[in-house]
Design a protein around this ligand. Structure first.
Ligand code: HMG
Ligand code: MG
Length: 299
């Protein structure tokens, strides 16, 4: 069966905007996040406290966070790779953070300049100190299905790293299909393997990119397995159309269209969300790749 309700973890302002060529002005980002919250999204990932040279698009985190932290009724998680990032986030009053590990060695090196083991060691004090401060911690795991350098990623390798992240004390896990190569059978196989190693489905969220057009099918497969937390990006933001490994996330509008049709509650007002993505697309100077945004924008 399918769950009656799904929590959407909106990542457009972070995963989306981190991949945009143009750096969006801070005021536009704040307005974007306000509008996402007003459309009914209750979890809006806001930015990253990473090294500004690694992700210049999000280098304004200090300026942005105070502009949005007063918005009511919304959780605003932020990405934090290390203690320096945690200090920055806690200093601004962040109440939810996410660390981000990799199931593969190559991506761990490229994304964090560390091996998988070294990155887990880097996260350990971050998670411990966050928990001590009563801060909620999400653990992202990238390259759970395929890796552009290493190819297919074996399920046991993913399960091992997922468990290591949870063992650090993460409250939830988000399984990332960073390059969008997953298919529904693979998704269900990974979820079953995690359950067999005593990771309960309730702690698992899914994070699909739509490179091969599989994000929605993969989501449905995860829902059928009992998953109730789904990551999505307003307007399908993010990614470069020329980089085969960097297409945007599942579009939140496409997800809400499917969930509305299935009678699954999200609390999201699809018209308000679509209007937000149309507005942001105007700011970016290019149309949203979301099929649902395109269909509804011309009604
Ligand atoms: P490093 O170069 O190894 O850093 O980078 P370091 O620890 O050697 O420190 C070097 C200098 O950077 C030091 O300054 C630090 O203070 C400074 P110095 O002493 O030389 O003057 N520094 C920082 N400054 C500000 N904020 C910080 C910070 N940390 C160190 N937090 C590091 C290591 C982790 C910092 C770097 O690799 C990094 O920032 N990586 C972030 C990459 C990233 O954000 N990627 C995108 C998010 S992941 C993703 O998108 C996948 C996901 O969507 C799921 C999926 O789809 O799979 C989540
Ligand atoms: Mg992502």
């Amino acid at each position: 069966g399918l769950p009656p309700r799904v929590r959407i973890h909106e990542v457009g302002a972070r995963d989306g905007l981190q991949n945009e060529k143009a750096t969006v002005p801070t005021g536009i980002k704040a307005e974007f996040i306000r509008r996402l919250a007003a459309a009914g999204l209750t979890t809006v990932e806001a930015t990253s406290f990473v090294h500004p040279k690694w992700v210049p698009q999000l280098a304004d985190a200090e300026e942005l966070f105070p502009q949005i932290s007063g918005i009511e009724g919304v959780d605003l998680p932020v990405l934090v790779p290390n203690e320096r990032g945690l200090d920055r986030a806690l200093g601004l009053g962040a109440r939810r953070i996410a660390v981000f590990g990799s199931a593969t060695e190559t991506f761990a090196q490229k994304n964090l300049n560390r091996s998988v083991a070294e990155s887990l060691a880097m996260f350990e004090p971050v998670v411990a100190r966050a928990k001590e401060a009563g801060v909620h911690v999400r653990g992202y795991l990238s390259m759970c299905f395929g890796d552009p350098w290493e190819g297919a990623v074996p399920v046991p390798q993913v399960v091992r790293t997922a468990k290591a992240l949870l063992d650090l004390g993460c409250d939830e896990l988000s399984l990332g299909d960073t390059i969008g190569v997953a298919t529904p059978g693979h998704v269900q196989a990974l979820l079953s393997a995690l359950n067999e190693e005593s990771v309960p489905t309730g702690t698992i969220g899914v994070h699909f990119h739509d490179t091969y057009g599989q994000a929605l099918s993969n989501t449905l497969a995860a829902l059928q397995h009992g998953v109730t937390t789904v990551d999505a990006s307003a307007g399908g933001l993010g990614g470069c159309p020329y980089a085969k490994s960097a297409t945007g996330n599942l579009a939140t509008e496409d997800l809400v269209w499917m969930l509305d049709g299935l009678g699954i509650e999200t609390g999201v007002d699809l018209a308000a969300l679509t209007a937000t993505s149309v507005w942001l697309a105007e700011q970016l100077g290019r149309p949203s790749p979301s099929r649902t945004v395109r269909a509804l924008a011309h009604k």
